[in-house]
Design a protein around this ligand. Sequence first.
Ligand code: ATP
Length: 270
Amino acid sequence: SRAQAMEVTESPAVEYADIGGIDEQIREVREAVEDPLENPEQFEAVGVEPPSGVLLHGPPGTGKTMLAKAVANESDATFIKMAGSELVRKFIGEGSRLVRDLFELAAEREPAVIFIDEIDAVASKRTDSKTSGDAEVQRTMMQLLSEMDGFDERGEIRIIAATNRFDMLDEAILRPGRFDRLIEVPEPDTEGRARILEIHTQEMNVADDVDVSEVAADLEGYSGADIASIATEAGMFAIRDDRTEVVQADFERARDKLHDAEGTDEQVIN
Ligand code: ATP
């Protein structure tokens, strides 16, 4: 149903301080989303339009959704999330109807941040568009573009989309007046991983001799989402050993466990 397709949160429980390793991206999102919501008169005075839409792109689990929630929360805006995959509907007109509902709901709840995750589901380059399913997806995308063309950049609705597949996007959505502010959210570097690990172990009883930077240095290639689950899993190892303190070896075991699990996944896919 329509209600189920959208997630609406008045104040998502995410703050900028909960997001590690992407300070520059936080700054850019604030400038594109928070500033126009909070100081529209400044844009007016200077005589520039804020960006229409922000596109966050980068690998899975790097904090794109967190960033969208945090900027909604910190700008006191309603957060309305829709997954692109939800917009791909079987019946003609259903996808575009949902897009209209999305913008209508945002207008009722403004100030609002609309977040469309997996935008590639409705905005991929057309490959082979012979089938009617593709034509329907295309119509949904056109509806989205027309909603964006129709709204006031200085108004109280901001729109953010996210994708893991930037290279597959149809250029039509990147034109001026559409998703014209691109922000790459990359995999974290060593310093970023240490910060993310710090954030996720903040509430944990970690032994004094645990060196977060050392643990993080060994996590090359791991995303923020991976690091969050390594922290939890390290805690689980401590519990299994009937300890109340998490030691360095727990993090290593947790990493190896995740590594093995991911290896298994790959085997399944291949
Ligand atoms: P996807 O592309 O798979 O939707 P995403 O980039 O939107 O992923 P999030 O949903 O924001 O990723 O992150 C998932 C979880 O991973 C978060 O709830 C958080 O626990 C952790 N996480 C990811 N990135 C970070 C980060 N930069 N700092 C702190 N925690 C993070």
